[in-house]
Design a protein around this ligand. Structure first.
Ligand code: SF4
Length: 276
């Protein structure tokens, strides 16, 4: 066995039993229902892809960005605070936030606190956020995740004083919640273009958004659907190829959307789903 294979193999992990989690809001509902029904993976990820390493890098990035925020003198807190979101069907979905940050008046949109989430991004997905001079566009799944956290209730043994309070209703020194904030850190090259037109994007990009831009009940009802399929022992049909949860990619030649996630590389139950 090659050394790299040995290391990658030890860094890869198996799959644990299905649990509803806020971080799963963007999962394919068909794949999630199969998992919830205890159907084993037909296409477990190949250790050579190092998915677990990539996942862990995301955690490292979160810790480093938070540390830099503190060094910058920002009030940061509640890292990994446990919250519970309630679905329209009455399920309780646990999650952990990256944290909240108090922005001082002199910073853009200052005088308020924001619920933030740190995301690491590769070059391609980072560049896609900067489209034709438009303001950077966060992924819909990230907006949904943070909005669900904001509307969830604190349920953390380390903070009994605010247990049961809806996160977005908290105030700090009279500061109200200003909304959601996603901080994207590019972990690869930030260069865009070539030759004389080459430019370098900022390593870190902030995306503020209004928490009311997302219909949280609709997002959370996805967990009710998965739960219903679990109880009935059924799985839902494939979502439309344009469904964000399948990472649709528009093919200019065919003029159709191709769901990137529907491949053995990205879907661990691809063969079962496609009946191959
Ligand atoms: S192949 Fe696509 S539609 Fe099927 S379970 Fe996987 S992600 Fe979902």
């Amino acid at each position: 066995m090659k050394l790299n294979e040995l290391i990658l193999l030890s860094a890869s992990s198996g799959e644990s039993a299905y649990h509803h989690r806020v971080s799963g809001v963007a999962r394919c509902p068909r794949e999630a229902a199969m998992h919830a029904n205890g159907i084993d993976r037909s296409n477990p990820s190949d250790p050579i892809h190092g998915n677990q390493f990539r996942f862990d890098i995301g955690h490292d990035v979160e810790a480093r960005v938070i540390s830099a925020m503190e060094d910058a003198g920002l009030g940061v807190g509640f890292n990994q605070l446990r919250v519970v979101a309630r679905t329209p069907g009455g399920l309780e979905i646990p999650g952990h936030i990256d944290g909240i940050v108090l922005l001082p008046e002199e910073v853009d949109r200052g005088g308020k606190w924001y619920l933030f989430d740190v995301k690491s991004a590769g070059t391609r997905s980072y560049q896609r956020m900067f489209w034709r001079g438009q303001p950077p566009k966060p992924k819909q799944a990230h907006l949904e995740q943070v909005s669900v956290y904001a509307n969830a209730f604190v349920d953390d043994d380390n903070h009994p004083d605010i247990r049961g309070v809806r996160l977005r209703d908290l105030e700090f020194d009279g500061m109200p919640c200003g909304g959601g904030l996603i901080l994207y850190l590019c972990v690869d090259s930030t260069a865009r273009g070539s030759g004389d037109s080459r430019e370098y994007l900022p390593r870190l990009t902030e995306c503020h958004f209004d928490l009311d831009d997302v219909d949280v009940d609709t997002v959370l009802s996805g967990f009710d659907d998965v739960e219903r399929h679990r109880l009935d022992g059924t799985i839902p049909p494939k979502p439309e190829p344009t469904d964000d949860r399948l990472w649709p990619n528009f093919n200019r030649k065919t003029r159709k959307y191709k769901p990137v996630r529907c491949s053995p590389r990205w879907c661990e139950r691809f063969s079962i789903c496609q009946e191959i």
